[in-house]
Design a binder for this molecule. Structure first.
Ligand SMILES: Nc1ncnc2c1ncn2[C@@H]1O[C@H](COP(=O)(O)OP(=O)(O)OP(=O)(O)O)[C@@H](O)[C@H]1O
Length: 299
């Protein structure tokens, strides 16, 4: 799936996804992938399709660095090794959103999220960072009142924005946009919300950092139609504006007719077909295969 949005071979290597001769199997099980190859160009929105058990989740987890495979060159993401270069995940460049309600916490890995937390706590973090934000804003406000000409209005806004970002690494404008987009009530208690509401908080947390590669495993399945479409629009905007790359495994194709740029069809651990949405003939062949094997409705 080479090609894509404004990328030469060099740019592609820097920010795309490349899987070369991947071999992987779960302990004591036959291999899921025997010699699997895949290339996804930066800026792509790639649909990953295939029957139950074909290896989609396994592949996304491998791309997310959750399984160790071969050497450093087997799975390259953003010019790094997905498994070995842990900073890819830690700095938010590589984000994986899967089925389980968990949070990746440094070297502790995926920690299940349970207990009586508020949505606000999940999204904003602990009270201390909240208090630091408030304290800093009061300080800046006092400075602004005492020395109104020191920074000017624009300078004031810039300082507040930068400080928010430096304090917890999250852009407050992006966070507000996501809370609004996903229609999240910050007072929700996470042990008392519906599956769809819990999923919205999970998605919000996973998108707080402006990822470069986003791996989505059936995450829109619990969402109502309006939220799902809003989210798909948001993803499209992110790919077009920032050249982010999205790989989205799903069995639900409603509304994806014009969304995807690429489709990759996996069958029994092999890439049977891949096509660009602009390559109509190849795409039709790819879809035909997926439709004929019952994993995909005609799109
Ligand atoms: N933790 C595990 N241990 C052992 N085998 C596993 C494990 N997870 C998945 N498998 C096996 O690996 C194969 C691929 O599973 P995977 O979950 O990647 O498929 P999938 O395409 O995501 O399926 P679905 O569409 O149902 O989500 C299956 O045969 C499955 O039984």
């Amino acid at each position: 799936m080479a090609g894509g949005v404004g990328n030469g071979e060099e740019g592609w290597r820097r920010s795309g996804i490349e899987v070369s001769a991947l071999q992987f199997g779960y302990e004591g099980q036959p291999p899921v992938f025997a010699r699997f190859n895949l290339r996804i160009a930066p800026g792509s929105r790639c649909l990953l399709v295939g029957a139950n058990g074909s290896g989609k989740t396994t592949l996304l987890k491998i791309l997310a660095g959750k399984h160790m495979v071969g050497g450093r060159d087997v799975v390259r993401v953003l010019n790094g090794s997905a498994f070995h270069d842990t900073q890819l995940v830690c700095n938010g460049d590589l984000s994986y959103l899967g089925g389980s309600w968990s949070r990746t916490i440094g070297s502790a890995g995926d920690v299940p999220l349970q207990g009586d937390f508020s949505a606000e706590h999940m999204i904003f973090g602990d009270d201390l960072s909240h208090l630091l934000h408030i304290g800093f804003c009061i300080n800046v406000a006092i400075t602004f009142v005492a020395y109104p000409n020191l920074l000017g209005t624009k300078g004031y806004v810039v300082v507040v924005a930068i400080t928010f970002i430096v304090f917890d690494g999250v852009d407050p404008v992006r966070r507000e946009k996501l809370i609004d987009l996903l229609d999240i009530d910050l007072q929700w208690r996470m042990h008392k919300v519906s599956d769809g509401q819990r999923r919205r908080v999970q998605i919000c947390m996973g998108l707080l950092h402006p990822y470069k590669v986003l791996l989505l495993d059936e995450i829109t399945v619990d969402l109502d139609v309006v939220t799902r479409m809003d989210l798909l629009d948001f993803f499209k905007e992110e790919c077009e504006q920032r050249e982010a790359t999205i790989v989205y495994a799903t069995h639900i194709f409603d509304g994806l007719e014009t969304w995807a740029t690429d489709v990759a069809y996996i069958q029994e651990g092999e890439l049977r077909k891949s096509a660009k949405y602009s390559d109509i003939e190849e795409l039709k062949r790819c879809q035909k295969l997926a439709v004929s094997s019952g994993v995909m409705a005609p799109i």
